[in-house]
Design a binder for this molecule. Structure first.
Ligand code: NAP
Ligand code: FE
Length: 363
């Protein structure tokens, strides 16, 4: 028995923001546009402004979202939304602006003191949203999750509600054409990790499995070449694959790789996708040792053995960060209780989590 829920309308293709502008009319009369500091200004923002103007919709820009958004940044966005009278939100960017937009759209309708935001339990109530991804990685445009830096618990915490699914996602690979190589690699690995982890999740369903397998088939051949020049159709493939992977984790959630990676991002400022990549090889090794049959599904979809996949990721990552043994053991302790860890079919014990951290950094 399983359920499937993914209520986001996907509008995909070249120039879909302008050509599909009608989809914005249903959302409201004044948009708060949420972006990072600069990258949206290389084309995506212009397309959104033209689309909104075409529909006669007013707009206010909030362009202050930093990577790994903080609650302070989200509060700033909510205050601007209230003062400008916006009744819906348009997010443009990578996972950070998209996740910030979800939290802004939710907190605008449900007031919570800071210390209670991370406890979850949100009502399914948020302002409508349109999302335009400019990285091919998080799949946030089709998930109900918003991942926020949690300074109380010194980690990153996912908050969610069914109302956090955007109403519309516009997918156009042209926005990724000038994405720097390291961001292309890190975000492609994030998408790959979503699909692989979805297959390795206890909460995997027949629908999420279908989506995750298709995501791997689409992503993996392009990800392997992500350290070289990518064509526009490669960009489209990575974006389609990352959206499929997002649809998969919307059903199954992620697993230990994400759960452990949050420490690397919080304490070491390692990019989210790279953090996952650094831990994937040792996680695959653990699955092999434990003869986890779901790993074979990952291998079949990629057409390669897990250790071959691990060495592809290894060469994409280049030199690994130097992290001392004590610090890695501290990360292992902090990660052991993470809820994603407990969802892994390979059920890592505390000792196995330590081993993943230590071996991933050559200790
Ligand atoms: P990001 O943090 O959104 O952006 C990283 C960098 O990439 C920023 O400097 C950004 O610049 C730049 N950038 C974005 N698009 C660009 C473009 N087209 N050209 C040039 N530069 C561009 O990166 P991300 O990896 O997409 O998102 C990571 C976040 O998503 C993390 O917080 C992670 O926890 C979260 N996440 C969420 C989900 C989910 O389901 N909701 C899943 C996985 C991860 P600007 O700041 O100037 O825009
Ligand atoms: Fe992720």
């Amino acid at each position: 028995m399983f359920t499937y829920f993914m209520p986001t309308r996907i509008v995909s293709g070249r120039d879909c923001v302008k050509n599909g502008a009608d989809a914005l009319k249903e959302l409201g009369t004044h948009a708060l546009i949420v972006t990072g500091r600069s990258s949206a200004k290389n084309g995506a923002l212009q397309d959104v402004l033209e689309a909104l103007d075409l529909c006669g919709i007013g707009h206010t820009l909030f362009d202050r979202v930093m990577p790994n958004p903080t609650l302070g940044c989200i509060r700033e966005g909510v205050a601007l939304l209230v003062s400008c009278g916006a009744d819906f939100v348009v997010a443009i960017g990578g996972g950070s602006p998209m996740d910030a937009a979800k939290a802004i759209a939710t907190l605008a309708l449900q007031e919570r003191p800071d210390e209670e935001v991370f406890q979850g339990g949100f009502l399914p109530l948020a302002l409508p949203m349109a999302h335009i991804p400019t990285t091919a990685g998080t799949g946030s445009e089709v998930t109900q999750y918003s991942i926020i830096t949690n300074d109380f618990a010194k980690t990153k915490t996912s908050i969610s509600s069914p109302a956090m699914f955007p109403r519309v996602a516009f997918l156009d690979g042209k926005y990724m054409q000038d994405l720097p190589k390291n961001i292309t690699i890190n975000t492609a690995i994030d998408a790959f990790s979503h699909a692989a982890e979805s297959l390795l999740s206890r909460a995997s369903t027949p629908m999420s499995e279908m989506l995750a397998k298709e995501a791997l088939k689409t992503l993996y051949p392009v990800m392997k070449r992500a350290d070289g020049e990518l064509s526009l159709s490669d960009r489209d493939a990575l974006l389609y694959g990352s959206t499929l992977a997002g649809m998969a984790i919307a059903q199954s959630g992620t697993t230990a790789v994400h759960g452990l990676g949050y420490c690397l991002t919080y304490f070491r400022h390692i990019d989210h996708g790279r953090a996952n990549g650094l831990l994937l090889g040792e996680t695959f090794r653990l699955c092999e040792e434990k003869k986890i049959k779901e790993l074979q599904t990952v291998e079949e979809a990629c057409g390669e053995r897990a250790q071959e996949i691990a060495s592809v990721i290894d060469s994409l990552l280049g030199e690994r960060e130097q992290i001392g043994k004590e610090e890695l053991l501290d990360f292992a302790r902090r990660s052991a209780e993470n809820k994603n860890v407990k969802k892994s079919v390979y059920e890592p014990t505390a000792a196995e989590i330590e081993r993943i951290f230590l071996r991933s950094f050559g200790k």
